[in-house]
Design a protein. Structure first.
Length: 114
């Protein structure tokens, strides 16, 4: 994601967000209508887990990413590194932004394959 984006590390808001970019296919997803969970807007959510080499240390970690897109254009991306043996959370980051448009500086872009 490139653009305005708030980063939360272990639940605490960071001063800035890195110029990092990631991506994933949204093949399996769930959609929830507005009002299903209290007064929340409609949203779609998808996630993916991939075993990767640990960029912060030795060995391997499960790279878990969840993306939630609400009908108002807000986007939340959760990124976690999990220990492959016991699923202990080793890193927990949440990015909050908007879908990019000409009217905002959102950092989330979506593309459709044909």
């Amino acid at each position: 994601m490139i653009g305005e984006c708030d980063l939360y590390i272990d639940g605490e808001k960071a001063e800035s967000s890195p110029e990092a970019v990631g991506g994933m296919d949204m093949e399996t997803f769930e959609w929830f209508p507005a009002g299903l969970f209290g007064d929340h807007p409609a949203f779609v959510v998808a996630s993916e887990s991939v075993l990767i080499e640990n960029p912060r240390g030795d060995g391997y970690v499960i790279n878990y990413v969840k993306i939630r897109v609400e009908e108002n254009g807000s986007v939340t991306v959760t990124a976690r590194y999990l220990n492959p043996q016991n699923h202990e959370i080793l890193m927990d980051e949440t990015f909050k932004t908007q879908i990019f448009s000409k009217q905002n500086e959102g950092a989330a872009y979506f593309y459709a394959d044909e």
